[in-house]
Write a new protein. Structure first.
Length: 418
């Protein structure tokens, strides 16, 4: 029996597919080997989202190549392998370069080809959490995005296969399901379906569990927001929306080829807050996109002060090979990007802390779903993280005793509900 080692990097879609690879290979005659130095096949599922990430991927590939046993095959899989095959191939002619499809991995392993499917039982990395990819690719063409080069067209999995995957996850002990993709909001557009239609089917499954939704771009969310607001009345759906704005300047959004305006983003958030009580709003910002001047940056600060998102993911723009933004004029100096990102981080921390302090003293039932250093992470029904010392795997009544900018400290008040 041949052995394999696999590791994955990047977004939850990548991690979910890495877990599916591990589960798939175990069921197709391969034995998992936790030490890559002893494995017959070493597989790395790469990420290409940022320049710094690319450098880490290349460094890791070289490390695996230098330490694997001489007879082992090193397979480079995923977004970086798909988008920049020539770059990977230059590292060594020993490498086997695949893409983002399971079929390409099967060819590398010389086994019968199969495609990714929610029906594949994964080898989970988290005991009570299952990651369920529901689609790959997207309908956008953002000028900075390397993932679009790697995954391209939208491919939505069928509701039947996703439902099967969810039932399987629950039967194996999962209590938290992450629905993930590059853009959850456009799910189903290629197969005559939609995210609300899918969720209505999934929520027919009985049980005490929680579903967390991944990122949705505002231009897609605005089309389904009324249906989504009704679905969020079900407590099994975390009241959590990840709606990236990326910039507070319409000029920059146009240069990014984003399909919405700042006004439309603000309207989406206002609608959500009005119709989904206590909803958590998460957003993304790219700092220093080509052409972003001080006036554009001031507009980003203004929209953050207006919307007051609970969570903000800040990234400094970095050139990605093969994207239109790579060669755009008016590139922002790295020193200026760092200064702007620091300003945003301080602003966002102050906004989050002020909001979080309002929950100190509140009592609520949370799902204690993840292990953390020295304890566990619980999630409120709004997907807010609470650090606790016990209750792993249970729904527990928790009191918030301290607020931090990015999480809470809490105590479990009573025996967990079974």
């Amino acid at each position: 029996m041949k052995s394999f080692f696999v590791e994955g990097y990047g977004c939850s879609l990548n991690i979910g597919e890495t877990e599916q690879i591990a589960g798939f290979l175990r069921r197709n005659g391969f034995a998992f080997e936790p030490d890559f130095k002893k494995a017959d096949f070493v597989i790395i599922n790469t990420c290409s989202v940022k320049q710094a990430t690319e450098q880490r991927m290349i460094s890791r590939i070289k490390s695996l190549l230098g330490q694997k046993k001489s007879s082992a095959s090193l397979i480079v899989f995923g977004c970086l392998a798909s988008a920049q095959k020539e770059l990977i191939a230059k590292i060594s002619d020993e490498l086997i370069v695949a893409d983002t499809s399971l079929a390409s991995l099967c060819r590398a392993l010389k086994i019968k080809e199969q495609n990714f499917s929610p029906k594949i039982i994964p080898a989970k990395s988290k005991k009570f959490i299952s990651i369920l990819p529901i689609s790959t690719g997207c309908l956008g063409a953002c000028t900075y995005c390397s993932a679009h080069l790697a995954r391209k067209e939208l491919h939505s999995h069928s509701a039947e296969s996703i439902l099967s995957g969810m039932k399987s996850a629950l039967s194996l002990g999962s209590k938290e399901i992450w629905l993930t993709s590059q853009d959850l909001g456009c799910y189903g557009c290629d197969i005559g379906s939609s995210l609300p239609e899918l969720l209505r089917e999934l929520l027919k499954v009985e049980g005490d569990y929680r579903i967390r939704l991944g990122m949705m771009n505002p231009n897609h969310f605005k089309k389904i927001r009324k249906e989504m607001a009704l679905l969020f009345r079900d407590e099994r759906l975390y009241k959590f929306l990840h709606l990236p704005v990326q910039s507070g300047s319409d000029k920059i959004l146009h240069a990014m080829n984003r399909k919405y305006s700042v006004k439309e983003f603000v309207e989406c958030v206002s609608f959500a807050r009005k119709n989904i009580p206590n909803v958590t709003i998460s957003t993304d910002i790219i700092v220093g996109f080509p052409g972003e001047n001080r006036a554009d940056f001031a507009k980003t600060i203004a929209v953050l002060k207006k919307v007051k998102p609970n969570v903000v993911n800040i990234s400094r723009f970095g050139k990605r090979k093969g994207t239109p933004a790579e060669k755009m004029p008016l590139q922002v100096l790295e020193l200026e990007k760092k200064a702007r990102s620091k300003t945003l981080a301080e602003l966002c921390d102050s906004i989050s802390l002020a909001q979080n302090k309002k929950l100190v003293g509140k009592k609520m039932v949370c799902l204690v779903s993840e292990e953390a250093k020295g304890g566990f992470n619980a999630r409120t029904n709004e997907y807010r993280p609470v650090f606790v010392k016990k209750g792993f795997g249970d729904f527990a009544e928790i009191e918030i005793i301290e607020a931090k900018p990015h999480f809470f400290n809490g105590v479990v008040l009573e025996a967990p509900k079974k």
